[in-house]
Design a protein around this ligand. Sequence first.
Ligand SMILES: C[S@@+](CC[C@H](N)C(=O)[O-])C[C@H]1O[C@@H](n2cnc3c(N)ncnc32)[C@H](O)[C@@H]1O
Length: 318
Amino acid sequence: MGKGKNKNHDDKPRSSRGSNGHSIRHNHKRMEMRHTGGSSISKFPVKLAMWDFDHCDPKRCSGKKLERLGLIKSLKVGQKFQGIVVSPSGKSVVCPADKSIVEENGAAVVECSWARLEEVPFERIGGKHERLLPYLVAANQVNYGRPWRLNCVEALAACFAIVGRTDLAEQLLSNFSWGLGFLELNRELLEIYQRCTDSDSVKKAEEEWLALIEREHEERKNQLRNEDLWSTGNVNRKPNHTEDHDLLENSDDINYNTANLEFDSLGNIVANPTKELKYDRLGNIIESDTLDEQAVELQEEEEEEIPTLVKSVDNLRI
Ligand SMILES: C[S@@+](CC[C@H](N)C(=O)[O-])C[C@H]1O[C@@H](n2cnc3c(N)ncnc32)[C@H](O)[C@@H]1O
């Protein structure tokens, strides 16, 4: 019997009650639930679910935010999910052939810390359609620029985008200030995955992309090495920092911001050793100062998790 079912109710509606006999406060709560999704009324066109292991700070956790917005349902350990389960324990990658499963049964994620994956009882959660995500780059403020390591909302959005439902991906991500940046950052690659068919073809496209960015990265390194040799060719040349700065800032070829650079006594460019350099998906250097202060703090906290992360990312790369 449901909660409160044995309570006596007044027969006559009182002034503080609405037409359905419930108190105005109760009705207001129901309306709020309708808007915040606290009830079973879903505001999202397909089912969204997560197993939440409470590893993360609720204020920073994208899964918890989706729950607060009433967009995602929390599942218990022992419960299985019929749709696509985007999970580190997947064996094959999400592909366009998964579209009907997503549309009919939705998508789920595992809300946990990357550093504590070994604590998750993967055998007691999941479902028949567990999937990994192919190479994509995170745009969230904690792991910006890191491949494979997406947060929950990015993982769900990636799944929708790959199966060809970019509309759903946009709808979900638009709840986060940085959200649509995820689709922008990965646009070219997502379009490639969308043109694939099954899991093997997505895997092949991923491998080709990785080979391409590896080649481009090598080319850039060689180009920089050559530029460097050229600028130091004349040993009598005095270091002229202003000139070097101008040269770099006006160069279309070099995608550097000079704020990240230092010059040695001969005027050669050396990367600033005190700043961590980050790379975008094409191997360009991204200035870490573009992250806001809070993001940097979060980043530092997450850095502590790196040893386990390396293991988990390896797990993700089947
Ligand atoms: C480890 S949790 C981290 C959640 C983060 N604290 C947040 O705020 O959303 C991210 C979840 O997204 C999914 N996910 C992210 N990247 C993935 C990938 N490359 N392959 C499979 N699942 C992935 C998994 O369900 C994973 O457990």
